[in-house]
Design a protein around this ligand. Structure first.
Ligand code: TRP
Length: 452
């Protein structure tokens, strides 16, 4: 079994593959709307601190678990200690919850490509267009179906490698375009600099427990932590590649793109709303409302808009492929069914959970779980409940059952692990305390016991 496992070639190969799967809608769509909503500079500061301490420690632990056992999540926890195999199972449920609603948003992106190509930019730039569009029952479902179908075809035909190659070329173009939009916005749109101040300068009066809850959830989501993904990546990593350096590089890359995406969107929100801060709290629609407005003011904006959304589409597609791949391989390992039947099961799950997520904005808008729209509920259940829970269990397991030394020994096979102290204190004490606080506040908040 072990000898069959392919390894990534070279140092950069590992980091690029992991970062490529980590960069997706989380960075470009989710991060900016959360940063806008939860206090701008304050959110950014909390996010960066969490990513350097907590995110780093958890990523090292997951990669090391994978490399030590040479297995993916379910098998890895089981091999280390049979009593804790259930952590792997819980972690594996997360991608199955994320993929359906990820595909709904992928559908929105696909629709926007079509909109730019067919000359609808002006209509799309009006403030109510997006709300009207997702308020329709049928059209968003059609685009969701198209996005899901493309993902499924790639996974079924096993042509991921080809798509990954394309997306590797797209990634630098996407970064270049984001940079261009940032510069354009700051140089031409009046009032944009107020947005920069809001986004980069922490305002401590904006701090709330919700800032931490949201930042932590985003950290898991964006870096694909607490869902077994990094364990799988680690299982393919060679023993002579530095785990801690790789973790730092993935973090830096992922956070860098997220911060840039925020800089692309938040100042523009200020410019278009004339500094009205209530425009910041729009939630999931923020990117879809703001970007067409920017492109509309640009010469050649329709072409650039179409190119931009095509790049975002590829970033989303590679993430969706890797999510689907993960769920398929879990079902395959557990049931022994063939690849195609497993794909069909996963497509079934996506339709069963994705349809309600999409309809939750239109004819099912009355249907709420714990006061949340269905898509928000799935997002909440995975990011604010299940992932912190998996992270907490992982910390407990690594800190007190397996012991941090086992992870450190694995890391030290290839390097001197400089942040040993940080790692051990983080995994044993600080992270669990934060995670319990976060879980408690998000659950109590959802049930309306405390206001968050
Ligand atoms: N991190 C991805 C993003 O930022 C989303 C994601 C979550 C993901 N879990 C994943 C991607 C698992 C690939 C595999 O959009």
């Amino acid at each position: 079994m072990e000898s069959k496992r392919n390894s990534f070639t070279g140092k950069l190969g590992f980091v690029l593959a992991a970062a490529g799967s980590a960069v997706g809608l989380g960075n470009i769509w989710r991060f900016p709307y959360l940063a806008a909503k939860y206090g701008g500079g304050m959110f950014l500061l909390v996010y960066i601190i969490l990513s350097l301490t907590f995110g780093f420690s958890l990523m090292v632990a997951e990669i090391a678990i994978g490399r030590k056992t040479r297995l993916s999540a379910i098998g890895a926890y089981e091999k280390l200690d049979r009593r804790f195999g259930f952590i792997g199972i819980m972690a594996s449920i997360v991608p199955a919850i994320i993929l359906p609603y990820y595909s709904v948003i992928g559908g929105w992106v696909t629709k926007y490509i079509a909109g730019f190509v067919t000359g609808e930019m002006e209509a799309m730039a009006s403030a109510d267009y997006f709300g009207g569009y997702i308020g329709e029952a049928v059209e968003p479902i059609v685009w969701f179906g198209i996005f899901l179908a493309i993902t499924a075809v790639v996974v079924m035909l096993g042509v991921e490698k080809g798509i990954e190659k394309v997306s590797k070329i797209m990634m630098p173009v996407l970064i270049g375009l984001i940079l261009f939009i940032v510069i354009y916005t700051l140089c031409t749109l009046e009032g944009a600099w107020d947005g920069v101040v809001y986004y980069l300068k922490p305002d401590f009066s904006k701090f709330s427990i919700m800032t931490v809850v949201a930042a932590m959830g985003q950290l898991f989501y964006s870096m694909s932590l607490a869902m077994g993904i990094m364990i799988t990546f680690g299982s393919y990593m060679k023993k002579d590649i530095s785990i801690s350096k790789s973790a730092h590089q993935i973090e830096l890359f992922d956070t860098g793109i997220a911060i840039l995406a925020g800089l692309m969107i938040i100042p523009a929100v200020f410019a278009f709303s004339g500094g009205d801060e209530s425009a910041l709290g729009q939630g999931p629609g923020l990117m879809f409302v703001t970007l067409p407005q920017i492109f509309e003011t640009m010469p050649g904006g329709a072409v650039l808009g179409a190119i931009f959304f095509i790049m975002v589409f590829f970033a989303a597609l590679t993430s969706a492929i890797s999510l689907m791949e993960t769920v398929v391989s879990i079902i395959k390992d557990k049931t022994g069914l063939g690849r195609i039947p497993c794909c069909l099961i996963v497509i079934g799950i996506c339709i069963a959970l994705g349809l309600p997520s999409s309809l939750g904005y239109s004819i099912w808008s009355e249907v709420k779980i714990l006061g949340m729209q269905l898509l928000d509920f799935f997002d909440f259940a995975s990011n604010s409940v299940l992932m912190p829970l998996v992270a907490l269990l992982t910390c407990f397991f690594v800190g007190f059952v397996l012991k941090p030394k086992a992870i450190m020994d694995e890391v030290e096979l290839s390097e001197r692990f400089k942040q040993k102290g940080l790692f051990s204190v983080m995994i044993r004490y600080i992270a669990p305390i934060c995670l319990v606080a976060i879980l408690a506040s998000s659950i109590l908040g959802a049930f309306g016991v405390i206001s968050i």
